[in-house]
Design a protein around this ligand. Structure first.
Ligand SMILES: O=C(O)C1=N[C@H](C(=O)O)C[C@H](O)C1
Length: 302
């Protein structure tokens, strides 16, 4: 198994041209720029990349570009794959074998269907058995409609082939604190998580407190902006420099909040366009482009 993911991962936006097509050149430049600035790797086709509205051909192009950049730069590539259909998710994961640069798949908790927690464990156990790469469970109850208990997260952590969780419960709540505590203090046994299980921050505003509790890194869309400082935030928490990390976290949280003032990734695209880094701020329906006020407010914090 690959070493568990650690550090800052950028879930790349998918830039579009003024005509609404995939802006491949801008995507490639952006991918290089965030690695230059200190990201450990990229996430292709995360939520932020608007995969639901990309054609299969566009998704392949995004994966081709991200794979090329990661290969050239020696960076880690994680790919979003999977849905609320177990068999369909297994096929999507199997197809990732066409990109050998992909070292893990970010696979969302099955949404909308609202399976039982037992069903969620069965889903991921089946996928992990057949996936060509380790899985990172994407736990985001406000998008999926399915809350996972600490017990279920610990069960998932003990499944061979599950390398981590992108944890985005919308708070640093009691369950999150207990999860981090159990992962840090319980010696691995057959029934408990192996040492390499990584918790990655997935709620940008709460990234700093989750890192303080021991997260291995973050998959943070906000880090398209001020990438170097987000990378430094993670490095400072890992180095035990709470003074530096706390100060960075306090500076970056308002930026994250401003970037998420409208449905992601509309504001991020508005800001990157205003900075001349992508050809248009467009997102695809049902998302709407961010309003001027939201973009101006976020730009002021960049
Ligand atoms: O694409 C992702 O991965 C992320 N998506 C989250 C979301 O849109 O809710 C935000 C997070 O920063 C990364």
């Amino acid at each position: 198994m690959e070493p568990s993911p650690r550090g800052l991962f950028i879930p790349l936006i998918t830039p579009f041209t003024e005509d609404g097509d995939l802006a491949s050149g801008a995507l490639e430049k952006l991918a290089h720029a965030v690695i230059d600035a200190g990201a450990a790797g990229l996430v292709a086709l995360g939520t932020t990349g608007e995969p639901a509205t990309l054609t299969a051909a566009e998704q392949h192009t995004v994966l081709d570009i991200a794979a090329r950049v990661c290969r050239e730069r020696g960076a880690t590539l994680i790919a979003g794959a999977g849905s609320n259909d177990t068999a369909g998710s297994a096929r999507a994961l199997r197809d990732l074998a066409a990109w050998p640069e992909v070292s893990a798949a970010l696979t969302v908790v099955p949404y909308y269907t609202r399976p039982s927690e037992e069903g969620v464990v069965a889903h991921f156990t089946r996928l992990a058995l057949h996936s060509p790469v380790p899985l990172i469970v994407y736990n985001i109850p406000y998008r999926t409609g399915r809350v996972l208990s600490v017990q279920t997260l610990l069960r998932l952590a003990s499944v061979p082939g599950i390398a981590g969780v992108k944890h985005a419960p919308g708070a640093v709540d009691q369950d999150t604190v207990l999860l981090m505590s159990r992962l840090a203090t319980t010696p691995p046994t057959m029934a408990e998580p192996p040492g390499g299980f990584a918790v990655l921050a997935g709620d940008d505003v709460f990234a700093s407190p989750l890192l303080a509790l021991g997260a291995a890194g973050g998959i943070l869309a906000s880090a398209h902006l001020r990438t170097g400082e987000f990378a430094e935030l993670i490095a400072a928490w890992h180095a035990g420099d709470a003074g530096r990390a706390g100060a960075l976290g306090q500076r970056l949280a308002p930026l994250s909040a401003a970037l998420f003032a409208e449905p992601n990734p509309a504001v991020i695209k508005g800001v990157l366009h205003a900075q001349g880094l992508i050809p248009s701020p467009a997102v695809r329906l049902p998302l709407l482009a961010a309003g001027h006020d939201s973009v101006r407010a976020a730009l002021a914090l960049c």
